[in-house]
Design a protein around this ligand. Structure first.
Ligand SMILES: [Zn+2]
Length: 232
């Protein structure tokens, strides 16, 4: 039995709904979602621990983070100090791993297998299980790949990253944060990024995805998107 779900197509609206539902469940449980350290709060709510570690580059490859399905542990590589120094990058990394936990891990299997570990042949089962791990290579998302060329692993990475941006930047929170601000002004975007605990580039991507800003290009100029034009 595996604790990693078979790869499947999950579209943006479904991922958005899953992230929104998680925030509602937290609120219902008395854990009020708060920014800018939301990812830490969500990890805590889900009982996921966060561990900094020196990764084995031979075994894992050069990667920033990973999650072990059966242990409920998120690992972040000490070799990526930028994640420690940049709170937006850190929040995004943790939220990405939470995305794997919520979208890709068969939680029932994990629980029953963990129960098995406690009762029999601890060493053998534990070793077998810990080989199941999400090694996260493309945290920023590889935009150069044509959509239909993605492998199942790449789709999982995309889904986890999209989940991270939905979780950290839900629509209602963005609406609240943009009040009195100009989304085509970089300084204002920086202030919103600080408030939400996200990097400015993640914020820009999210605003483009939601049509607050016009999509496309790496231009330094920000143009209002459909949603902003309609709101005027
Ligand atoms: Zn990943």
């Amino acid at each position: 039995m595996t604790s990693i779900k078979p790869a499947r197509f999950i579209d943006k609206s479904e991922i958005t709904a899953i992230a929104d539902r998680l925030l509602i469940k937290m609120r219902d449980a008395g854990k009020i979602p708060k920014w800018p350290q939301l990812a830490d709060l969500v990890a805590d709510y889900l009982d996921l621990s966060i561990v900094w570690e020196d990764f084995d580059a031979v075994k894992d490859g050069v990667i920033a983070a990973k999650i072990y399905p059966t242990r409920g542990e998120i690992y972040i590589n000490n070799a990526f100090p930028a994640i420690r120094d940049n709170s937006g990058l850190y929040q995004s990394t943790v939220a990405h791993e939470i995305g794997h936990w919520v979208l890709h891990i068969n939680l029932d299997a994990s629980e029953s297998e963990i129960a098995g570990v406690n009762s029999i042949q601890v060493g053998t089962i534990d070793r077998a299980l810990t080989e199941e791990v999400f090694l996260c290579r493309g945290l920023a998302g590889d935009k150069t790949k044509v959509v239909n060329q993605k492998t199942p692993e790449e789709w999982r990475e995309w889904q986890a990253q999209y989940f991270a941006s939905c979780l950290l930047m839900p629509l209602d929170k963005l609406e609240e944060a943009r009040r009195g601000r100009n989304l085509t002004n970089w300084k204002h975007l920086g202030a919103i990024g600080d408030e939400l605990g996200v990097t400015i580039s993640n914020l820009r991507n999210r605003l483009q995805d939601l049509d607050y800003l016009e999509k496309g290009g790496d231009s330094k100029q920000l143009y209002p998107g459909k949603r902003l034009r309609l709101a005027k």
